[in-house]
Design a protein around this ligand. Sequence first.
Ligand SMILES: *Cc1c(COP(=O)(O)O)cnc(C)c1O
Length: 401
Amino acid sequence: MTESSTPSGMSPVPGGAGARLETRHERIRRFLDEERPATPCLVVDLETVRQRFAAVRDALPRAGIFYAVKANPAPEVIGLLVAEGASFDVASPAEIDLCLARGAAPETISYSNPIKKAADVAHAYARGVRLFVSDSEQDVRALAEHAPGSSVLLRIVVDAVGSTYPFGKKFGCAPDMATDLLLLAHELGLRASGVAFHAGSQQLSTRAWDGGIADAATVFGKLRAEGVELTTLNLGGGLPATYRGSVPPPLADFAAGITASVREHFGDRTPRVMIEPGRAVVAEAGVVRSEVVLVSRKSYTDDRRWVFLDIGRYQGLAETEGEAIAYPLLTSRDGGATGPVVLAGPTCDADDVIYQNTRYDLPLDLRAGDHVDLVNAGAYTASYSSVEFNGFGPLAVHCVR
Ligand SMILES: *Cc1c(COP(=O)(O)O)cnc(C)c1O
């Protein structure tokens, strides 16, 4: 049970990809060694972002690839993806302005958050955004009023079996309601364009998109019967990254599953496909460097040490809630004997415990001042960090090339 702290735990992809992993870790390591940035911080390897985006594009060459900005909104990441020809999935006026400031064309932006104020819609429209995702009558009417003539996708709720991070029922509506709302959008002068769904984040099942694609095809058929030809199928996010204990199937398998489902349910009437990867593009590009604040024991009988880091739930490790995401760890003392630990953050909040049920073993000689690196942590870390809970600032981000 010592898998957690060994370097092999972070390079589970065999063959050529292993060499690539080493290179990216060498670049990040060199930056950390030379610059010695204050901890905690996230170091993002831009070359890996480029490669991961290219891998998604190569797997789904005919799909529009809309990077989900919330996964990692570092301006350098956005700028690089603009240069690579990506489109963008945004959720707020600030994300729209970020993409535009880094050179994205408004036509490459999808406002994919169904929860928005009328003023946010007006902001997007004024900036040239003409593609929106909706899931309610109020929002469709707001789009008709504040973004007239725009394209609208209706989000349907789907079963997210296989997802490490399901979205539950917060987003989307039932397919029959989506059908009616697309007709309403059409009547209100909007362009009723298609259907969107999200099969849940960190989706490990390559067939998880099938149910949503089937339901979308039904909606397409109903609209066609009403004389409205939908064009676009938005498959949302969910493509997974590699974490400890979960080596996902290769991207090609997801692409094959998606392509097979589209063919099965749409036949020859192939829709224009959009996909909105977030995690799959940036997770593996990032390493979080943290420092050990304290190593302690809680009793003479419990052999688990408590290791407190200078990063926790509020500085960017939000996805360790429920211990859903288990980052591979490396320490500056790897190589010797290890023993079990509970890992916790530095704040005075009782929930600020990172891992207590997931088994991690760290070096027995680990002590205050040592480094603990969280690997494959480029997604949903910096963007989740609080402004200053308990006086601990947000996670600093450094990008390396
Ligand atoms: C968060 C989100 C995504 C990205 O999801 P990943 O699992 O990171 O790929 C895509 N689309 C929408 C609408 C989202 O909310």
